[in-house]
Design a protein around this ligand. Structure first.
Ligand SMILES: [Zn+2]
Length: 344
C-alpha cells in the first residue's frame, strides 16, 4: 500500500510500505477514505533531523472497516468510522474520566512502528476504545466537517472548555489556523458574548467572522494586547484560547487575559517554560490545556455537525489526493492553504 513518510525537514514522500494488517485481536483494519494534514505536522516538517527510515505521518482520518480482530465488539466490517488523533482503550481510569489522550494503554499514530492516517490503510489498535462509527456514507456532503472531529474541532472545543468559556463572557482566540478557527466555533457554541480573533490573513479573518468572531485584532505583541484591552473596557478577556504554541503567542495570551481569567492552551508548546509566570501569578490567571481528548468530544459535537449547527469543515480550502500530499505540506507551511484534505 502507499503511505506518507517524512524523512526529515521539508522531505515528505509517498512510499510503498508493507500492507496494514490485523496483529492483535483488538485491532481493526481500516481503509482510509479521507485524511488531512495538521498544523502540528508542520513542526517536524520544519525541524525533523534527516533519518534513513522516516516517520509515517497523519493522525486525522475517516475510513471503512475492512476487517476486525476476534475481540472487537463495537465496529464491524463495512462500517464507516472516524478515528481520534490518539488511540485509547476506552476502559482505563483516564479514559473513563474522558481524558483519552492520557490512556494508560493508548498511544499516537504513525512514527516508526504504527501506520499513520496519511496512507491508504491503517491498523487501528484497541479499536473498540478508539473508533466511532458514523451514521452516514463515505461521500456524504458533511464529510469535511466530520473529518474535523478527528482533531481540530475537538481541539478548539478543548481550548474553549479549558479557558472556561461561559455564556455571555468575553473570549479571545490567539492563532488563526484551523484550530483557532474551530476555537471560534467552540466559543460561540458555548455562548461567549464577544469573540475576539487575533489574526492577520484576510481569508482566515473572513472565516473567523463567519464562524462568529465579533472583533478582529491584527496587531502583534504589545500592540495586540493594547488593542484587546481597548475592546474589553480595559480589562481583558475572561477566556483566552491559545492555539499556536510559540512563546510569543503564549505571552500575548497571558497579556490579554483579565484578572481571574483562564488561558486554554492547545498549541503544542515549542518552549520548555510557560512565559510570564509573575503576571500570571499576580493576576490569578489559570493556565490549563493539553492534547485534547477528542474521542470524548465526538459524541457531543457530532450531532451539531450532522444537524448543520456548526460547519467546521469550511477550514479545508484545499483538496488533494495521496500524490499531492508533499505539496500539501508545502502549501500549508507557506500559508497558501489553511488546511489540506486528502481524498483516497
Ligand atoms: Zn484508557
Amino acid at each position: 500500500m502507499r503511505a506518507t513518510v517524512m524523512y526529515g525537514a521539508h522531505d515528505v514522500r509517498v512510499d510503498v510500505v508493507p500492507d496494514a494488517r490485523i496483529v492483535e485481536p483488538t485491532d481493526a483494519l481500516v481503509r482510509v477514505t479521507r485524511a488531512c494534514i495538521c498544523g502540528s505536522d508542520l513542526w517536524p516538517y520544519n525541524s525533523m533531523p534527516p533519518t534513513e527510515t522516516g516517520n509515517r505521518m497523519g493522525h486525522e482520518f475517516i475510513g471503512v472497516v475492512e476487517s476486525v480482530g476476534p475481540d472487537v465488539r463495537t465496529v464491524k466490517k463495512g462500517d464507516l468510522v472516524v478515528a481520534p488523533f490518539a488511540w485509547s482503550d476506552g476502559t482505563c481510569e483516564f479514559c473513563r474520566q474522558g481524558l483519552q489522550t492520557s490512556c494508560l494503554h493508548g498511544g499516537w499514530w504513525g512514527g516508526t512502528r504504527l501506520d499513520g492516517g496519511q496512507g491508504e490503510a491503517v491498523r487501528v489498535p484497541l479499536a473498540d476504545g478508539t473508533l466511532v462509527a458514523l451514521p452516514v456514507g463515505p461521500d456524504h456532503a458533511l464529510m469535511p466537517s466530520l473529518l474535523t472531529l478527528t482533531d481540530v474541532m475537538g481541539t478548539g472545543h478543548h481550548a474553549a472548555l479549558r479557558a472556561n468559556v461561559r455564556p455571555g463572557t468575553v473570549a479571545a482566540v490567539v492563532g488563526d489556523g484551523a484550530v483557532g478557527l474551530c476555537g471560534v466555533i467552540a466559543a460561540r457554541r458555548l455562548g461567549a458574548g464577544q469573540i475576539i480573533m487575533l489574526g492577520r490573513h484576510a481569508d482566515r479573518i473572513a472565516l473567523a467572522r463567519r464562524f462568529g468572531a465579533t472583533d478582529v485584532v491584527s496587531e502583534r505583541g504589545d500592540a495586540a494586547i493594547e488593542r484587546v484591552r481597548e475592546l474589553t473596557g480595559g480589562l481583558g478577556a475572561h477566556s483566552v484560547l491559545e492555539c499556536v504554541g510559540h512563546g510569543e503567542s503564549m505571552r500575548t495570551a497571558v497579556g490579554i487575559a483579565r484578572a481571574g481569567g483562564a488561558v486554554g492552551r492547545v498549541g503544542v508548546p515549542q518552549e520548555a517554560a510557560i512565559p510570564d509566570a509573575q503576571p500570571t501569578f499576580y493576576r490569578n490567571i489559570t493556565i490549563a490545556g493539553g492534547p485534547a481528548p477528542v474521542r470524548a468530544y465526538m459524541h457531543e459535537l457530532m450531532p451539531d455537525v450532522l444537524e448543520g449547527r456548526i460547519e467546521p469543515g469550511l477550514v479545508f480550502d484545499c483538496v488533494t489526493n495521496i500524490d499531492g500530499v508533499p505539496d500539501g505540506y508545502r502549501a500549508m507551511n507557506d500559508r497558501e492553504a489553511i488546511k489540506v484534505m486528502i481524498e483516497f
